[in-house]
Design a protein around this ligand. Sequence first.
Ligand code: PLP
Length: 265
Amino acid sequence: MDELASVDGTIGPAAEATIPVTDDGLLRGDGVFEVARLYAGRPFAWDEHVERLKRSAANLRLEFDLDAALAEVDALLARAGAVDGTLRLVITRGGRRIAVVAPLPAHTPAVALATIRYAPTRVLDGVKSLSYAANMLASRLAREAGADEALLVTPHGRVLEAPTSAFFYVLDGELHTPPLAEHILDSITRRHVVALTGATERVLHCDQVGELEEAFLASTTREVQPVSAIDGRPLPATPGPRTAAAAEALRRRIEQSVGVSSPRA
Ligand SMILES: Cc1ncc(COP(=O)(O)O)c(C=O)c1O
């Protein structure tokens, strides 16, 4: 599948799309973005992504033409056709509206995590900003430690999320997820999984990860992805029954919403 991009409404191959090098979106990571997953060309939960984009931009004091951005996305999707992949919408401080349709990133059936210390930037609460270098570095450090992905924990050892996904875990037979009050992203997939499974917010300390019965990551591109190990310690079940049930429930919701049978992640 060819990557297609729209920059302020001009559509073409993504590799040839350009923006000015002086854009602070590029120079300072000053901007906001969303990524939705496309199932046969239809974005899942697009309205929720648009709402979050509006909130992110308002919190970052970033004004942009929402109607133009949405019309440009419609035109890009019409051009892309019935693809399975991702739709990224980026608004930069320099005033660029960038939409990209790209293939789905490769995800393995399960992931091993390594804990990485991380302090969320309080001032960016409620902003899905372009400043992702810390998240990308955390993933790289986790891979250097022999894992597949990072599990971010605060300097006091409280578990947060992964660099681009929410974290769920089973402890004492119950499904939980770290609280939003820990300054993690209000993930759209997390919201759906919470609504579908009844998972509740509960603080998890990294000393407790040896007691976990199951764990999984949840995100737009991963849907539900089982966790096989944390810091080299295997989890008892991959996927465990609660993870498999969450994956199935989310898949059904997606299929009902987009009206097509979705391919496996
Ligand atoms: C830090 C972080 N947490 C969680 C998620 C998952 O969010 P969503 O379910 O909205 O894709 C993402 C997505 O990129 C993220 O960047």
